[in-house]
Design a binder for this molecule. Structure first.
Ligand code: MF3
Ligand code: CO
Length: 285
């Protein structure tokens, strides 16, 4: 039973095209940050890089000022899971694992995505965790695409696919109490998207539904703590965490990964039949 009536904003194809523009700005900001990650770089340096890419494209960093959040990105290092505030004091070191989360609003429409990147030579077990997080995100996206294609998909099919992929990847914690969300004219909209659970429940996966899918996993416990800064979420057991995210739009012919440069074409092509793949080639980007 739902505690409240969900407010679901279904988007028209024209609105989804606008969301794609915002999504590509986020993709470009993340690519610029990925290229800059290295020992000696500060998380404030990465924040400045993202903000410049977003503003040069005519967008606004959506995180800045969100409930008073001071940064343009969240830069969560090692045991930090999400929402860590960038700082000139935080210098990246060889072996760190950093999750970079970035959002932009362009012409009133939002994009939101995250990547997890090793800093130099990093423990292979941590690199593997980041890969499993990424795999699980794509499993969730593929489940959403399949669900809209069959016409029988339900929201919790996504979390079920994420969880199944994480469990298949190894022994990881799936962070409790956090998940993905609807996205559109606000960064956070209904519905909440769990990263675990039983399939076949929740709202129907319909064309026009736009979601941010964002697995958060740890080398240990699923439990987290929010620090006294009111933002930074860390693992309770201090184990290292990974967080990845894409914003997607459901179309009648599958899923369009709005924050992937290729629209998700390559990964969805591998995971689905050709018909179910993203239609990024036929859509202006
Ligand atoms: N990208 C985050 C999310 O998916 C939001 C960051 S919170 C903010 O929920 F305060 F930094 F904006
Ligand atoms: Co998000």
């Amino acid at each position: 039973m739902r505690r409240h009536q969900l407010n679901i904003q279904l988007k028209t194809p024209e609105q989804i095209d606008l969301m794609r523009r915002a999504g590509l700005v986020v993709a470009n900001a993340l690519a610029a940050m990925r290229a800059a990650v290295a020992p000696g770089v500060t998380t404030a340096d990465l924040d400045a890089i993202a903000e410049k890419v977003i503003r040069d494209a005519g967008g606004v960093p959506s995180f800045k000022g969100y409930h008073g959040y001071p940064g343009s990105i969240c830069s969560s290092v090692n045991e930090q899971i999400v929402h860590a505030i960038p700082s000139p004091q935080q210098v990246l070191r060889e072996g760190d694992l950093i999750s970079l989360d970035c959002g932009a609003v362009l012409d009133g429409w939002h994009g939101d995505a995250a990547i997890t990147v090793p800093v130099g030579e990093t423990n292979p077990a941590l690199v593997k965790m980041a890969e499993v997080a990424e795999e699980s995100m794509w499993a969730g996206i593929a489940a959403a695409a399949r669900g809209v294609l069959s016409g029988r998909g339900r929201l919790t099919d996504i979390g079920h696919a994420v969880e199944t992929a994480v469990r298949a990847g190894g022994r990881y914690g799936i962070v409790d109490g956090y998940g993905g969300h609807g996205i559109g004219t606000e960064m956070h909209q209904d519905p909440h998207v769990l990263n675990h659970g039983r399939p076949g429940r929740g709202i129907k996966l319909s064309p026009g539904l736009c979601l941010a899918i964002e697995p958060m996993i740890t080398m240990g416990s699923p439990r987290s703590v929010e620090l006294e800064d009111g933002w930074t979420v860390v693992t309770r057991d201090n184990s290292v965490a990974a967080h990845v995210e894409h914003s997607i739009a459901l179309l009648d012919d599958g899923a369009w990964v709005l924050t992937a440069p290729d629209g998700g074409r390559e990964r969805l092509g591998e995971l689905l039949t050709a018909r179910a793949g993203a239609r990024s080639t036929s859509t202006p980007s």
